[in-house]
Write a protein that binds this ligand. Structure first.
Ligand SMILES: Nc1ncnc2c1ncn2[C@@H]1O[C@H](COP(=O)(O)OP(=O)(O)OP(=O)(O)O)[C@@H](O)[C@H]1O
Ligand SMILES: [Mg+2]
Length: 341
């Protein structure tokens, strides 16, 4: 019986990061990978900083796992390189390996060994890790009560938790995770969120690929969005959301209003629901006044809303209501993926 499936992944008091927040211990420089005629990763520049969670997004086949494998030295890049802690990556150095923890898609576990024995094998292989870390990481991922059970009897989520424990064993400064929430139940996902945010608060750097856009929006400080191997958007989550402005309005004659709005060059699309319209602007729409300088956030919304109101009024279309529409990461994702298709 699985008795501890839905337990908490606890945050614990690990040692603080050996690096300072805001440093860039991992840097991918013009990283590329070509498989035959397929460019899986195309000149990728990426920085994993301490003290923050960086999300790596992209549709299936975008190149996320390939990029992660190259960053971790598991796959030879076709061109470009990776810098770790200011030096060209050298994975033969065991100290370097200990400073970067990874949880990959298919975690290799010994099925006939217990959770604790799996951790022991890993601890010996890495060397220099105190015995007490095993108890600590089991506690962190809430597998203490299953420590002596064989992994072959574990659920997928429990294996994922154990994989996470393995990656945390050397108390790394940087944690790289490829779809870490796979197989976790809703409580496990929430616990993972708390754990990763807690690690970043303590000065660690976290890099994770995920398709769970809502989770990424909550957890991540910054995101990089990849498509067909290329970065198509990146930045702070909050800024990406406000930089693709949308305005919702209720109008008297929606059909006519839609035509007037669609004729504006800065508008990328309009969707209609009854007498309500949702106007989406091009992501580069930062200033509608034609003057230099950019307007961000609320200023930008107000400017766009005012302009919209004036345009419709000049055509005799009365606007009942006009409100900025706060988007979310999912909308940003679909917008940018659609824009560059
Ligand atoms: N070993 C390989 N040999 C040949 N092609 C590969 C290999 N690994 C990946 N690819 C190709 O590289 C591209 C990127 O794959 P990758 O697994 O990195 O995508 P991903 O973004 O991780 O996708 P997903 O979201 O499905 O995990 C795909 O077109 C894939 O078919
Ligand atoms: Mg992948």
């Amino acid at each position: 019986m699985i008795s501890n499936q839905a337990g908490n992944i606890n945050t614990m008091s690990h040692r603080p990061s050996a690096t300072c927040p805001g440093e860039t211990p991992v840097r991918a420089v013009k990283l590329a990978k070509v498989f035959g005629a397929n460019i899986a990763v195309d000149s990728l520049d990426l920085e994993i900083r301490t003290g923050e969670v960086l999300g790596f997004l992209g549709p299936n086949g975008a190149g996320k796992t390939t990029a992660i494998n190259m960053i971790l030295g598991l796959l030879q890049p076709t061109s470009g390189h990776v810098e770790l802690f200011g030096e060209k990556a050298d994975w033969t150095q065991s100290e370097m390996r200990k400073r970067i923890g990874a949880l990959l898609d298919g975690v290799e576990l010994y099925p006939y060994l217990s959770a604790k024995e799996n951790l022991q094998v890993f601890r010996r292989a890495l060397g220099g890790i105190p015995e007490r870390r095993i108890g600590e990481v089991l506690e962190t991922v809430d597998l203490t009560s299953r420590a002596n059970d064989r992994v072959s009897g574990f659920s997928q989520g429990m294996k994922r938790r154990l994989g996470l424990a393995l990656s945390l064993l050397p108390d790394p400064d940087i944690l790289i995770l490829d779809e870490p929430a796979n197989g976790l139940d809703p409580e496990g996902i929430k616990d993972l969120r708390d754990l990763l945010k807690g690690l970043a608060r303590r000065g660690k750097g976290v890099f994770l690929s995920s398709h769970l856009l809502h989770e990424v929006e909550i957890i991540c400080d910054r995101v990089v969005i990849l498509r067909k191997g290329k970065v198509i958007a990146q930045g702070k989550v909050t800024e990406l959301i406000t930089e693709t402005p949308k305005i919702e309005l209720a109008v008297e004659r929606p059909g006519e209003a839609e035509k007037i709005i669609l004729a504006k060059p800065e508008v990328s699309s309009v969707s209609r629901n009854g007498n309500r319209l949702l106007v989406q602007y091009n992501s580069s729409t930062t200033d509608v006044s034609g003057t230099s300088g950019s307007l961000k956030g609320l200023d930008n919304y107000q400017r766009l809303a005012q302009q919209l109101n004036e345009d419709l009024a000049s055509h005799g279309v009365f606007v009942h209501e006009l409100i900025p529409h706060r988007g979310n990461l999912e909308e940003v994702f679909f917008d940018v993926v659609k824009e560059v298709k």
